[in-house]
Design a binder for this molecule. Structure first.
Ligand SMILES: [Mg+2]
Length: 294
């Protein structure tokens, strides 16, 4: 099956297409057509055959270190379902660490978060341990933090452009539903699924989360449910995340994207965004700026 090479920069360096054509030539491939997706920022080249995508991408990354590159099948590029992680993907940082900061426990909690996101410790156990440390926190503090989140650049354009194209968009998070509800509304997701922190009669967190918790298996199950409900194959789904608990859904989706991700996910994903913003997930599907909302 023919492939498409997408190159995205902020902006693209001059002569990028010539560099790409040289490298493709070394793999016995040549571009049969090219298209500007975004002036100065994104181009795609349709190739005359199929090569080892990983090797071609690796060589291109060495030659173009500030450029995001993806070699993907030229057919069936636009996905019909979007499932996205929240923390460190749609928003900057980890909200559980910010909640812990309100209790002066950020250092302890963030050390566990980091290890869990790298896949070094079990997600469910790590969640229980951190949620226990949040006991006593005024639940209103969650709403305060949800209202002051920093969104990842391009997040709203990414979600709203896909939604405008008729794609079913859902946020799935090992974080908390009081936060995902706010992020869903703000970015234009149709639905969200996340963990629920129990609140006591005094309005403070009890230190427990409702079971079963949303973990890697839940994220994968959510992807399968969404595909079934939409009547599409997993090949028609896009999943994007940054951490170890996103790996199963990212590997199962037709287009799995690692966004500024931990090494384990970066290696596992079919595509990566390391340097540019979330609009790159649209360019990888062949969207042009004229089709991007906002
Ligand atoms: Mg994350």
């Amino acid at each position: 099956m023919p492939q498409t090479l997408t190159l995205v920069g902020a902006p693209l360096p001059g002569g990028v297409e010539a560099v790409a054509a040289d490298i493709l030539g070394a793999f016995g491939l040549s571009p049969v057509s090219g298209r500007v997706l975004s002036p100065e920022r994104a181009v795609e080249l349709t190739l005359d055959g199929e090569g080892d995508a990983r090797k071609i991408e690796g060589t291109l990354r060495e030659a173009l270190p500030e450029v995001d590159v993806a070699v993907l099948p030229a057919e069936n590029r636009r996905k019909r379902v979007l499932l996205a992680d929240m923390d460190a993907t749609m928003v900057v940082g980890e909200t559980i660490d910010e909640l812990a900061a309100a209790l002066g426990k950020e250092a302890e909690v963030s050390a566990i978060t980091e290890r869990a996101m790298r896949g070094e410790i079990d997600f469910g156990a790590a969640l229980d341990e951190r949620v226990a440390m949040l006991a006593g926190l005024d639940a209103a503090e969650i709403d305060r933090i949800a209202g002051g989140l920093t969104y990842s650049p391009g997040a709203e354009a990414f979600v709203r452009s896909m939604a405008a194209d008729g794609v079913r968009c859902m946020l799935v998070s090992g974080g908390f539903d009081r936060v995902t509800g706010v992020v869903r509304e703000r970015l234009g997701f149709h639905a969200d699924r996340a963990n629920h922190l129990e609140v006591g009669p005094d309005g403070r967190l009890t230190g427990t989360a409702r079971k079963p918790v949303v973990d890697a298996a839940t994220k994968l199950a959510t992807l399968r449910e969404m595909a079934m409900t939409a009547g599409v194959a997993l090949a028609d789904c896009l999943a994007i995340g940054d951490g170890a608990n996103d790996r199963a859904m990212v590997e199962a989706a037709g287009l799995g994207i690692a966004y500024r991700a931990k090494p384990m996910l970066r290696e596992a994903a079919a595509a990566r965004i390391d340097h540019t913003d979330l609009r790159t997930a649209l360019y990888y599907q062949g969207y042009t700026d004229a089709e991007i909302v906002g």
